[in-house]
Design a protein around this ligand. Structure first.
Ligand SMILES: Cc1ncc(COP(=O)(O)O)c(C=O)c1O
Length: 454
């Protein structure tokens, strides 16, 4: 057995194409216009996105070329390492082999720049000079701010209020890159004012922040909108993670039996999992693939598979997805990037087809795993990523109990250097498990739109 720990590729091995799982899945349910409930066409999306991104959104081509200038910027941190967590394996005394793909090496500290760079580049190509967006953890906002600084695009970020209050240094990072960061719900948009009127103390949600950012883009023809997850083109951009991992596993001599990632809107999960699922869908071996979500916002494990809006103010198209209802506001737990009411249509479709599993964890169990991981491997995981770490540790302990030497691979989607406030709360015993409000979930599910196409 090789004692190697880090499996790296050189810059020439950055993928040249994104992998589009739409080529290998059955035709998905149509995306519908929020007002007419008719299937949306490319022109319906033009107020929000440049045409190249809209074409990626609806493409069924298996491979979509990554523009050379985008690959050139990726050289700043890609290919990201695949690391064998040997010290964690020893600490757990497990026969399992644990590998993780580490996306925290990017300038913003997570996988999010993998999509921020191409989104900003395609907007720049279309002559766009202003972008709005939302951010939950602050990771996506920082990433788009970074991308905007490279391409001379003004970026305004609506940051979910509880995350804005928890993480002042994320805002400072966005401002360092030249972006403007506004706490959401804000008084600057109709959607924000409506959310504040309903609850002046609202902790905010990704659904509300998306409404604010979309509203600004719809009302200002010179502004476009960028989304950090959920949409097909965002998942597409993240597939460089799994494509690199496939090449890196060839260097290890192992082949993952279990693939794990946390899922908020689904992009880092899809980024690692879809290229492996593609191999299976084209006749390769079947692996277990697990999406991990917070028990306080359990979209896949407790949500309904139904048409729903992507935002609270119902400005976005209707997508068939696993949803808790667009008005659902999850409790203000620390994994802000996982506080989204819905799940990407493609991840939801894969779940319905039985291609993937889902699991939900409370935050204390996740922080415990994050600390155990940091003490063995040195990297402090982002609160979102601790969900994947928890699941990987549980799978490794299952292997120990069953005496199986399986190979586990998880996506360490980001580091937690801006999340130390959450770790401080964890160490001082202030962090508690939070349950969602069952009555609120029932009422938000009762408000799901009635869609004739279902
Ligand atoms: C570190 C990290 N991991 C995971 C996520 C979840 O997002 P997604 O499901 O799009 O990967 C986020 C979102 O902000 C994040 O910051």
């Amino acid at each position: 057995m090789s004692a190697q720990v880090k499996f790296t590729l050189d810059e020439t091995q950055i993928p040249k194409y994104w992998y589009n799982i739409a080529a290998d899945l059955p035709t998905p349910p149509a995306v519908l216009h929020p007002a007419t409930q008719q299937p949306v066409g490319p022109s319906d999306l033009e107020p929000l996105f440049p045409m190249e991104l809209i074409l990626q959104e609806v493409s069924t081509e298996r491979e979509i070329e990554i523009p050379e200038p985008v690959r050139d910027i990726f050289r700043l941190w890609r290919p990201s390492p695949l690391i064998r967590a040997r010290r964690l394996e020893q600490a757990l005394d497990t026969p399992a082999k644990i590998y993780f793909k580490y996306e925290g090496v990017s300038p913003a500290g997570s996988h999010k720049p993998n999509s921020a760079i191409p989104q900003a580049w395609f907007n720049k190509q279309a002559g766009i000079k202003k972008l709005t967006t939302e951010t939950g953890a602050g990771q996506w906002g920082s990433s788009l701010a970074f991308a905007g600084s490279l391409f001379g695009i003004d970026v305004t970020v609506y940051q979910v209020r509880c995350s804005y209050d928890q993480k002042p240094y994320r805002r400072a990072l966005m401002e360092t890159y030249g972006a403007k960061c506004i706490s959401s719900p804000s008084t600057q948009t109709e959607s924000g004012r409506a959310a504040l009127a309903a609850n002046p103390d609202s902790p905010g949600s990704l659904g509300i922040a998306i409404s604010e950012a979309v509203e600004i883009a719809v009302k200002n023809p010179d502004v476009k909108y960028a989304l950090g997850s959920v949409l097909n083109h965002v998942l597409l951009h993240q597939t460089i993670i799994g494509q690199e991992a496939i090449k890196q596993f060839e260097l290890t001599g192992d082949d993952p039996d279990v693939i794990i990632a946390c899922a908020g809107g689904g992009s880092n999960f899809a980024g690692l999992a879809f290229p492996f699922l593609g191999l299976t869908l084209r006749g390769g071996r079947r692996r277990r693939v697990i999406a991990v979500e917070p028990a306080a916002c359990p979209t896949l494990t407790r949500g309904k598979y139904a048409y729903d809006y992507g935002d609270t103010a119902h400005l976005t198209p209707l997508v068939k997805m696993h949803t808790l209802g667009s008005t659902f506001v999850p409790p203000g737990f620390h994994a802000g990037g996982l506080r989204y009411h819905g799940m990407s249509g493609q991840v939801s479709q894969a779940y319905e087809l039985g291609l993937i599993e889902a699991r939900a964890y409370q935050q204390l169990a996740c922080f415990e795993a994050g600390v155990q991981f940091a003490r063995a491997e040195g990297i402090v995981p982002a609160p979102e990523s601790t969900h994947a770490v928890r699941c990987a540790i549980d799978e490794a302990l299952r292997c120990k109990a069953e005496g199986k030497a399986e190979t586990i691979c998880f996506n360490l989607s980001g580091h937690g250097h801006f999340d130390m406030g959450a770790y401080i709360n964890y160490f001082s015993g202030k962090l508690v498990d939070q349950d969602y409000d069952a009555a609120e979930l029932a009422s938000s599910l009762a408000e799901l739109p009635q869609v004739a196409a279902e």
